[in-house]
Design a protein around this ligand. Structure first.
Ligand code: GRF
Length: 190
């Protein structure tokens, strides 16, 4: 039985799309059944709709606190009969209200070689530090930001003259391969 996956997005959804494409392969162990955004105008919502996937918006601006937003989002997710949640460019700091119910079943992709560069502006920070390589990590979500156990990582070289933008583009190509592989690993293990 394929595991049922919900994907949380805030933006363009290219990682979500990579998961959707991977899940079309016959023996892939998961299917993307729901795409949820905190922003009505997230580009990824249109992509999901085009792919025939149910979409839903829970707008964080409709809630006074992070906890209230997380409770509303979790309430919706609980209706979808999901096995796994995959955060893919979901730009919200989550509280335990959302994280604890999905412990061990919620993944995130982060554009750095964790534990390096948690939080934002990862590529600029790697360039500023003079690092020779950057990359991306898929990890379990735990209450500390970008801190949970790493499931898989991919590395890319930092080249002379790289800007945050050129490096981000190179890392994103690896993200689109890494996330489907990491989700498959988790889905097979559940
Ligand atoms: C990716 O780099 C992801 O790692 C992140 O934000 C970006 C989202 O891109 N934290 P997309 O929405 O999946 O295209």
């Amino acid at each position: 039985m394929k595991k049922r996956v919900g994907v949380l997005i805030s933006g363009g959804g290219s990682n979500m799309y990579a998961l959707v494409q991977a899940a079309k392969i016959a023996d892939y162990p998961a299917k993307i059944v729901s795409v949820v955004s905190n922003k009505q105008d997230a580009g990824g919502l249109k992509i999901a709709t085009r792919e025939g996937i149910a979409t839903h918006v829970v707008n964080h601006k409709d809630y006074a606190t992070r906890e209230e937003f997380d409770a509303a989002l979790n309430a919706y997710l609980q209706t979808q009969n999901l096995d796994i949640i995959a955060c893919a460019g979901f730009m919200r700091i989550m509280t335990t209200v959302l994280i604890i119910p999905w412990a061990g079943r919620m993944l995130n992709i982060h554009p750095s070689l964790l534990p390096l560069y948690k939080g934002l502006h990862t590529h600029q920070r790697a360039i500023d530090a003079g690092d020779k390589e950057a990359g991306c990590s898929v990890h379990y979500v735990t209450p500390e930001l970008d801190d949970g156990p790493v499931i898989a990582q991919a590395r890319v070289p930092i080249l002379n003259g790289d800007t945050a933008e050129t490096l981000a583009a190179r890392v994103l190509i690896e993200e689109h391969k890494l996330y489907p592989a990491a989700l498959a690993k988790v889905a097979r293990g559940l």
